[in-house]
Design a protein around this ligand. Structure first.
Ligand code: CA
Length: 236
């Protein structure tokens, strides 16, 4: 598996230049141009490293950096700030917002790549897990297939992503908002009830072959739990 580097940059030419050079180095690259979408996209892609532009529309790079550092799931992702400002004061501001490094535009590509590499040294290799297992449910991540015992379970792509998220951290309660953001992404408008619809489909597919391990947490969301659930809780 390759490291995913996320480029949060609104200047298309720079974003493309970074994408091209990072991909040449063997990284997978995700680009986001909108400051207000950046946080959700970081949560969704969970990159190994973030290149974050200082000046973004709507929400500044410094604000995004501060927000990332408050979120337990993503707060340890290394951040390199990119900026046109070379002022010492801004550098201090960027670093005190939680950035790990700082590159001033115009930057040299070899220098930037060296800094990326240096930050990635402390990031574990992305997991190379081939499957996820919870009780009798097995998810083959390579073939993208789900089995329950010996039975193949056909799931739609959304149900597959939902189940993957639940299986990655059993017992963790995922809020509808979090599931929406990470499974559907920030780019599409969907109501939080949509999550319930897809969870119901997922349950229906899985429960033909065994007990219900998806727990509905009242007013919050869902978790994967090996305590069998009663039918009545489903529509809570
Ligand atoms: Ca910019």
């Amino acid at each position: 598996m390759k490291h995913v580097v996320m480029v949060i940059e609104d200047e298309e030419a720079i974003a493309l230049l970074l994408k091209y050079n990072l991909e040449k180095e063997g990284y997978d690259v995700v680009v986001e141009a909108r400051g207000n979408k950046a946080l959700g996209e970081v949560e969704r892609h969970h990159p190994s490293l973030i290149l974050l532009d200082w000046m973004l529309p709507e929400v500044s790079g410094v604000e995004i950096c501060k927000l990332i550092r408050t979120k337990p799931d993503i707060k340890n992702i290394p951040i390199i700030m990119l900026t046109a400002k070379g002022e010492e004061e801004d550098k201090v501001k960027g670093l005190s917002a939680g950035a790990d490094d700082y590159v001033t535009k115009p930057f040299s590509i070899p220098e930037l790549l060296a800094r990326v590499k240096s930050q990635l040294r402390r990031v574990p290799e992305p997991h190379t897990e081939k499957e996820l297992v919870f009780e009798d449910i097995r998810m083959d991540l390579i073939e993208k297939k789900v089995f329950r015992g010996d039975n193949y379970i056909h799931l739609g792509p959304t149900e597959f992503r939902l189940l993957k998220m639940l299986m990655e951290t059993p017992a963790k309660v995922f809020s509808r908002e979090y599931l929406l953001k990470t499974v559907w992404g920030d780019n599409i408008y969907v109501e939080s009830r949509t999550v319930d619809v897809h969870i119901r489909r997922l349950r229906k597919s899985l429960n033909d072959f065994g007990p219900d391990y998806i727990r509905t947490v009242r007013a919050t969301g869902y978790a994967l739990d090996n305590t069998p659930q009663s039918e009545t809780e489903e529509d809570a």
